[in-house]
Design a protein around this ligand. Structure first.
Ligand code: NDP
Length: 331
């Protein structure tokens, strides 16, 4: 599949270029709003073309798919233009700044028959799939609660728009809570119903939150406790799922790499749970390529991205108002 990258971004440089190529993708061109940054980017990554016009890239009939990894406020116009040009789209999370915008992107892709996927990598990881299998196989009985620990330290190189620009979609809620919402939906097969939350700026956030804690109720009665932050250098990440017959402790798994350890605790004792260590982003690309070839769905489709955004927006509203918020999934 021939790709254009819209966005000379860190995530493209650090993970997605490698993942696209490993899965047989050919990266033909990059669009950057800065001609200099675009030229430097393609030189560094051995990509033939750069340019600053999205329209010009989309007019290239050789391009079959675009990967959008610009700042969040740009996803909507760029995705709509790509869909209108007949391209398949892999879009970064959060899909958009509002639920209505995200839904309009998903609907436009449906209308055009384009594959539209959200880059929620965690559901692609072997560790999260192993946790899902334990739950599905009934190893912990009826699920009672989930606790997500996703408080990390934002690297200095990323301490730009994420911590100081509401207009670009900054804040830890659009950045990380969306991922946690997707994990919870993936593991439970349910859409969160109601949330309460508190948020803070605890050292990095300037005009946006850098930390949030929230509690979600699920339709079946499962309770979820979720913590996201940019300011915790040593907290580590983790995921716990507690059931009537056992508990799953997955430590260090809320990450971009296939690392961490899973332990199942039941009346029979403690056991380490093995999992597959494939590349998370490579798996997302593999599923995307298959979907574009007419085989199945992407790992996380557009509705998954819209729903994770809906949860995140509800968390922010709950934190702003101090009230319990019923999640509006629009669509
Ligand atoms: P970056 O800040 O690295 O890149 C975002 C945009 O900022 C780029 O498109 C680029 O604009 C511009 N930019 C890049 N470098 C510079 C610079 N030195 N000076 C000025 N502007 C610059 O963001 P990320 O890669 O961290 O995130 C991009 C998107 O990907 C976001 O939507 C984010 O939420 C998502 N993301 C998803 C992850 C996942 O695991 N799914 C992980 C990390 C990010 P231009 O393209 O115009 O050159």
């Amino acid at each position: 599949m021939r790709w254009a990258l819209i966005g000379a971004s860190t995530i493209a440089a650090q993970y997605m270029i490698r993942a696209l190529r490993a899965e047989g993708g050919e990266i033909v061109r990059v669009v950057s709003s800065s001609a200099e940054r675009g030229a430097a980017f393609v030189a560094a990554h051995d990509i033939p073309l750069s340019g600053s016009s999205v329209e010009e890239a989309l007019a290239d009939p050789g391009i079959e798919a675009v990967y959008i990894s610009t700042t969040n406020e740009k996803h909507l116009p760029q995705a709509l233009a790509a869909i209108a040009a007949g391209k398949h789209v892999l879009c970064e999370k959060p899909l958009a700044m509002s639920l209505a915008d995200a839904v309009s992107m998903v609907r436009a892709a449906e209308k055009r028959g384009a594959v539209f996927a959200t880059n929620h990598h965690l559901r692609c990881s072997g560790s999260h799939r192993a946790v899902q299998s334990l739950i599905r196989d009934g190893r912990i009985g009826r699920v009672l609660s989930l606790r997500l620990h996703h408080a990390v330290h934002l690297p200095e190189s990323l301490q730009g728009w994420r911590i100081n620009s509401p207009a670009a979609g900054g804040g830890v809620i659009p950045d990380i809570t969306v991922h946690d919402a997707d994990v919870v939906r993936f593991l439970t097969g349910e859409d969160p119903k109601t949330v309460v939350a508190q948020m803070a700026a605890s050292g990095l956030g300037q005009g946006v939150e850098d930390s949030v804690m929230s509690v979600w109720s699920m339709p079946s009665g499962i309770m979820v406790m979720s913590h996201e932050s940019f300011t915790h250098p040593f907290a580590g990440t983790g995921l716990e799922v507690h059931g009537t017959e056992g508990s799953i402790f997955a430590r260090g798994v809320m990450t971009q790499n296939p690392v961490g350890a899973i332990e199942l605790v039941t009346a029979a004792g403690r056991e380490a749970v093995p999992y597959d260590s494939h590349d998370l982003y490579g798996e997302a690309v593999r599923r995307f390529h298959a979907a574009a070839a007419g085989r199945g769905e992407p790992a996380a489709n557009g509705w998954d991205g819209a729903k994770s955004l809906a949860v995140a927006l509800a968390v922010r509203e709950a934190a702003l108002t101090g009230a319990a918020v019923d999640i509006d999934y629009g669509g």
